[in-house]
Ligand binder design. Structure first.
Ligand code: NAD
Ligand code: MG
Length: 376
């Protein structure tokens, strides 16, 4: 007999959020939804709520509140609105696990609220850990809350570490596809359009992470995320380009043995594992066919092509609030690039400038972190 797990889903209308709901409907005997939240897509939130029948639905954009109430009238589902309601529900909502699939720094306060309340978090919102990793780990140590990675690379490392001892680990190797511009002529990077950057070769994802994959800021964020999840010195974390996105990451042990986790690029697998760890549940999703894949390729990342990787290491080595600035400057620059206000290479330049100008604040202070979120 297994217990029903109640998932509190933050960001249910996004690419990850929708995949979480697919996992939940694959195993109706194992999962139900305690609450669903969205930013602006109120119609989709209403449709999801009518289907999954959570106790509460939250729309962050208060302009959507009246529509939400109208759409769910008579169902008994409670409706709430506003950014503060997200942190409130993450803290107080009756969930066994909070799955944070919000994009960007908007996910930080809900993660903090959940772990403060001692709630386990299945974390897709990597920006939370990049911004506030020290504070989140600090709170987890006293509240007993745990962070379960959803990000495919970190799920891979977590799976490779199962049954192993920390002292046996020599290094971890994060793989990344290299995105759409792995082979593009460097002299044409100024001309890269948002539409080109939004075309990822292997994964279908939200806009921000897709651009982050093109610049490889995503891998930089994941390096910092890995630091807070696995507590390894940065010198023992490597990044390797792997265009096929089949090997999701690897762990090398001190006897030279290397373990890798492989699979088709499908976020449902790491999402489900974060919800069922240490169990692997039966699912009928597509299986990996290595004979059909034929050949797997690996290469060292070129730091001239992907300067974000060097900036991520700088931010991680400087520590304190440098990673938070690394994240915020990137988030803002990606927004501006998508609006056509700056060029693709200017994303990296904006982050470099912000890191150079920054003077460290207190990484354990929520006020200091919030201050960085609001800086323009
Ligand atoms: P998305 O843009 O598709 O969805 C984002 C979700 O967050 C939506 O539900 C949206 O309503 C909500 N949201 C956006 N801004 C908000 C705000 N200000 N306040 C409250 N809610 C807000 O993004 P995604 O691709 O699903 O990515 C979500 C997170 O998961 C990101 O941190 C991303 O890096 C991470 N991630 C995504 C993938 C993937 O395959 N998509 C893989 C690994 C990690
Ligand atoms: Mg990833």
């Amino acid at each position: 007999m297994t217990m029903m797990k109640k998932i509190g889903l933050l960001g249910s209308t996004g690419s990850i959020g929708r995949n979480v709901l697919r996992v939940a409907e694959t195993h109706p005997e194992r999962f139900c939804l305690a609450y669903l939240t969205a930013n602006t897509r109120v119609d989709e939130l209403i449709a999801q709520a009518l289907k999954f029948r959570p106790q509460t639905a939250v729309i962050a954009d208060e302009g959507g509140y009246a529509s939400l109430c109208a759409g769910l009238a008579g169902t008994g589902i409670r409706c709430e609105a506003g950014a503060a309601a997200l942190a409130d529900i993450a803290r107080d909502g009756e969930a066994d696990v909070v799955l944070n699939a919000i994009v960007g720094a908007a996910g930080m306060l809900p993660t903090l609220a959940a772990v403060e309340a001692g709630r386990d978090v299945a974390l897709s919102n990597k920006e939370s850990l990049v911004m506030a990793g020290e504070l989140i780990n600090h709170i987890c140590r006293t509240s007993g809350a745990r962070i379960f990675p959803v990000d495919s690379e970190h799920s891979a490392i977590w799976q490779c570490l199962a049954g192993e001892q920390d002292r046996d680990v020599e290094k971890i190797i994060l793989t990344g596809s290299g995105g759409p511009f792995l082979r593009r002529d460097l002299s044409t990077f100024d001309a890269i359009t948002p539409a080109e950057a939004l075309r990822h070769p292997n994964w279908s994802m939200g806009a921000k992470i897709t651009v982050d994959s093109a610049t490889m800021f995503n891998k930089g964020l994941e390096l910092i995320e890995a630091f807070h999840l696995f507590h390894l010195d940065p010198s023992r974390m490597e990044i390797l380009i792997h265009p096929e996105s089949i090997v999701h990451s690897m762990v090398q042990f001190r006897d030279g043995s290397v373990k890798a986790q492989l699979g088709v690029p499908d976020m449902k697998v790491p999402i489900q594992y974060a919800l069922t760890y240490p169990e692997h549940l039966l699912s009928d999703w597509p299986r990996l066919d290595l004979a059909a894949a034929g050949t797997l390729h690996f290469e060292q990342p070129d730091l001239r092509r992907f300067p974000a990787l060097a900036l991520a290491r700088t931010a991680l080595e400087k520590g304190k609030t440098y990673p938070a600035v690394f994240n915020m400057a990137n988030e803002r620059a990606v927004g501006r690039f998508l609006k056509g206000e700056i060029s693709f290479p200017q994303i990296t330049q904006a982050v470099r400038t912000a890191l150079e100008a920054h003077e460290a604040l207190d990484p354990l202070s929520r006020e200091d972190l919030l201050f960085l979120c609001k800086l323009n």
